[in-house]
Design a protein around this ligand. Structure first.
Ligand SMILES: *Cc1c(COP(=O)(O)O)cnc(C)c1O
Length: 497
């Protein structure tokens, strides 16, 4: 029998939930995030893992966390998620470029890494609802900086018993991202641009989630909220799987020997993806450094450097918009852990964050961050590395991945560390075509969006992904704009309340 893993909030000392309950709730009532009481250890060897498919590896990881799912339930979720929606059987292939490995997490339906988690979350959620006798329709509310929204809608569109509402910052996402969202099909989907930035959207969503009166009203009408944001444990855990898979793949190909340590570089915004790598390391995967790459919104770099998290700063719109974030929600799970699983201490810091926009960790806590290295890349550096790698190798990467590649260059220069390194490649260059092509040559700026797509396909020698082909001539189905203060009313309207 597998050891049962229970979950609790990062902000309270009592109350434990089963995995399916934590997935259903998304966010704890006290505003905290659910964390496993302990991080389980992998119980298969790398030799065994190296012979497995992506789906099999995913099962070996998720079975340790989602312990109240039956084997059949979990395997159904996995097989429904990681199927032909992905354009490669490997699901998450590794591309070797100049001795570094790019873990391509963008082969799903919306060509960004969020598909890795959001293609399985609807199945985890509906299975959890069934297991817990939930009769209400599940309403997903999501704030997106671009990729989450589309990936969530693609996952939930027309899934029975669910509805999804997505808010995105007007003018804060790429033209392709916006087109992807406003053309979303499915009668249970609703997309709204808001007059504000991502952090404002996210804070408003959190407030709507925490609105007890609204929850009561909804329950009477047969609805309940759940979250598809990266705070849901049902998104975090599936992301652990691809780090394990990447390591197993490196081992299978003889690129690392047994137990040889690797570094992982992650372009970071909300801190979900890199937290998954941290969980993988804590499960026993031989990861040495966790390299946290930020764009010019370098709040995490400053945090790792000084021990102070301070979001009181200018919000910068960059060409890596999915990382334009000043409040990295998932960092709370790390804070809780380095505080020695001290919910009171964590709660105090999170209250300071919401009151003053900042908090400081203790020297003891900072000492526990030794596995992390933080740095950032400017817009110029990000563009420069896209151009450099393209010219040297022909490999075209997107702007988010380029932030990671640039930070990794700085890290190598600073430390001379020559560990085998995996860079999480979080989006297809086709999703940020204009920024990518402009980085390669400013002459492309005069071309139209889809002209650029064809040009990228030509110079990069890669087929235009289906996700892009689909939106070329798609009909616009959503045209809504609202103020941040009007978000709650929009939600009620969509639910017919
Ligand atoms: C969301 C996103 C990120 C940031 O991931 P987090 O888990 O929020 O840190 C990076 N790149 C792309 C393309 C994304 O969509």
């Amino acid at each position: 029998m597998m050891k049962e893993i229970l979950y609790k909030s990062t902000r309270s000392t009592e109350g434990t939930l089963k995995a399916s309950e934590a997935i259903l709730k998304g966010l704890a009532d006290d505003g905290g995030l659910f964390v496993p009481l302990e991080i389980p250890a992998l119980d298969v060897t790398v030799e065994e893992l190296s012979k497995m498919t992506y789906q099999q590896v995913a099962y070996e990881v998720m079975k340790l966390y989602f312990t109240d799912f039956t084997e059949e339930e979990l395997k159904n979720c996995i097989n429904n998620a990681y199927d032909s929606k992905f354009d490669t059987e490997e699901i998450a292939p590794l591309a070797e470029v100049e001795g570094t490995y790019f873990l391509e997490l963008f082969h799903g339906k919306t060509i960004a890494f969020k598909d890795m988690a959001l293609s399985i979350l609807p199945h985890l959620l509906t299975t959890s609802a069934k297991k817990n006798g939930v009769k209400n329709e599940i309403v997903i509310l999501t704030a997106t900086s671009g990729d989450t929204g589309k990936a969530a809608m693609a996952g939930f569109a027309d899934v029975p018993g669910t509805r999804i509402i997505v808010f995105y910052p007007n003018g804060g996402v790429s033209p392709i991202q916006e087109k992807q969202m406003v053309t979303q099909k499915g009668d249970n989907t609703y997309v709204v641009a808001i007059e504000g930035n991502f952090d404002q959207a996210q804070s408003a969503v959190k407030a709507i989630f925490g609105d007890k009166e609204l929850a009561k009203e909804m329950d009477e009408k047969g609805f309940q909220f759940s979250s598809a944001n990266s705070i849901n444990i049902g998104r975090l855990i599936p992301q652990v799987a691809y780090y394990v898979y990447a390591y197993a793949k490196l081992f299978a190909e003889g690129k690392v020997s047994k137990d040889q340590k690797i570094n992982v570089v992650v372009p970071t915004g909300n801190f979900g993806n890199i937290l998954a790598a941290y969980y993988a390391k804590n499960m026993g995967l031989p990861i040495d450094k966790l390299i946290c790459a930020s764009n010019e919104n370098r709040v995490l770099y400053d945090f790792f450097t000084t021990g102070e998290y301070d979001k009181n700063r200018e919000f910068i719109l960059t060409n890596s918009p999915s990382m334009d974030i000043l409040i990295s929600s998932n960092l709370e799970r790390l804070i809780y852990r380095i505080a020695g699983d001290d919910a009171e201490a964590n709660k105090k810091m999170m209250e300071e964050l919401s009151k003053d926009g900042k908090y400081s960790i203790t020297p003891e806590m900072k000492a526990k961050l030794a596995d992390f290295y933080g740095n950032y890349a400017s817009e110029e550096e990000t563009a420069a590395i896209i151009k450099k790698i393209y010219e040297e190798t022909g490999y075209v990467m997107d702007t988010h991945t380029a932030v990671a590649a640039s930070v990794y260059e700085k890290y190598k220069k600073e430390t001379k560390d020559d560990n085998v390194t995996v860079i999480a490649s979080t989006a297809s260059p086709f999703k940020f075509t204009r920024s990518v092509m402009n980085a390669i040559d400013p002459k492309y700026d005069s071309m139209g969006d889809f002209e650029l797509v064809d040009e990228l396909s030509k110079i990069g020698n890669v087929k235009v992904p289906n996700a892009i082909e689909e939106i070329r001539n798609a009909e616009i189905r959503h045209n809504n704009l609202c103020e941040v203060a009007g978000m709650k009313d929009i939600v009620k309207k969509f639910l017919g309340m």
